[in-house]
Each structure stands twice: as structure tokens, then as C-alpha cells.
Design a protein around this ligand. Structure first.
Ligand code: HEM
Length: 151
């Protein structure tokens, strides 16, 4: 489960980048919105929802979520930077990123100006990517994990 959650990060990052690049170029060229423009924000949102689901399972069954809070107590979890990272920082940062990905996709359903639509997709997918980058346990961080666990 941890390996699946870790590997899926790369798919999420690729889909986030593609959503950002496509919406930026469409916004710059001021072209019209087509039904095909819904696909990339949709795939990005779905990949985030799968991560949310896997993450919640890890949070409620794994060593770093609820179990750690029950064993150590919330006070001690907050004092230990690695415990706090997984119990609070990673979870809240990623929840924000999931919300931004949903807002980016919901922009595809709005009526009105197409350039404004692309701009909204661009801004919210960029905000989502920023929250993801700040919340991933990159190997250089204190709570760091391998880039490709099990390989
Ligand atoms: C709100 C949604 C999320 C929750 C609740 C969540 C929860 C967790 C938890 C509890 C762990 C620790 C797993 C363990 O060792 O037992 C973890 C690890 C991790 N999460 Fe998340 N996560 C979420 C979203 C994401 C997203 C969106 C990404 C990346 C795009 C991500 C990337 C990772 C990575 C890379 C690890 C380290 C895995 C390893 O140990 O190799 N998470 N997550």
C-alpha cells in the first residue's frame, strides 16, 4: 500500500504538470475551450482522489497516522518532527492539494469566457502542485522517504 501510494506520486506529478502546461498555453493563445480540454484536469483530479483514498487507508491503518497518535499522545506527536510531518503536515497539505485539484476541474464546467476558464484551471492546478511539492516526504527532508521504494 505504501509502495503504491509512493509510486502514484509520479503519475500525479506528471498529470499536474501537463494540466498546468496545457491550460497555460491555451490561456496565452486565447483559443476556445473544447470538450477535450476537460480530460487533463479530470485525470489529474482522479489521480489525486486515488492518492487521497490510499493515504486515508495508510492514515487509519499504518504506523504514522492514528496509531502513532494513540501510542504517543498528540502532545508528543507534535514535538517529534517526523511524527508531526505524517500525522499533520503531509495530511493537511495534501488535503488542500486535493481541494485545489477539484476546483481546477470544476472550472471546466463553468459557462462564460474561455480564457477565464483556462486561467482558473491554470491557477488552481498550479496551487495544487505547489501544495503537493511542499508536502511530499522528499529524501532530503527529515521525514524523507525513498523516491522509488522497493526498487
Ligand atoms: C490527503 C491525502 C493523503 C493522505 C491522508 C496521506 C497519508 C499518508 C501517510 C499516512 C503516509 C505514511 C505511510 C506509512 O509509512 O505508513 C504517507 C506517505 C507518503 N505519501 Fe501520502 N497521503 C496523502 C496524499 C498524498 C499525495 C497526493 C501524494 C503525492 C502526490 C503523497 C505522497 C506520499 C509519499 C511519497 C509517501 C512516502 C511513502 C514511502 O514511505 O515511501 N501522499 N501518506
Amino acid at each position: 500500500m505504501v509502495h503504491a501510494h509512493s509510486f502514484l506520486r509520479w503519475i500525479v506529478l506528471i498529470l499536474a504538470l501537463l494540466t498546468i502546461i496545457k491550460s497555460y498555453s491555451a490561456m496565452s493563445s486565447k483559443r476556445s475551450f473544447t470538450p477535450g480540454d476537460r480530460k487533463m484536469p479530470l485525470f489529474f483530479m482522479i489521480s489525486m482522489d486515488i492518492q487521497l483514498l490510499l493515504g486515508l487507508v495508510l492514515y487509519f491503518t499504518g504506523a504514522w497516522g492514528v496509531k502513532n497518535i494513540q501510542n504517543q499522545g498528540m502532545g508528543n506527536v507534535m514535538k517529534d518532527s517526523i511524527s508531526r510531518f505524517f500525522a499533520i503536515e503531509h495530511t493537511i497539505g495534501m488535503l488542500l492539494a486535493v481541494i485545489f485539484a477539484h476546483v481546477a476541474y470544476s472550472a471546466t464546467k463553468k459557462t462564460g469566457d474561455d480564457t477565464a476558464k483556462f486561467k482558473r484551471i491554470f491557477i488552481f492546478s498550479l496551487l495544487s502542485l505547489l501544495a503537493i511539492m511542499l508536502s511530499i516526504p522528499w529524501p532530503f527532508r527529515e521525514a524523507g522517504r525513498p523516491l522509488f521504494p522497493g526498487m
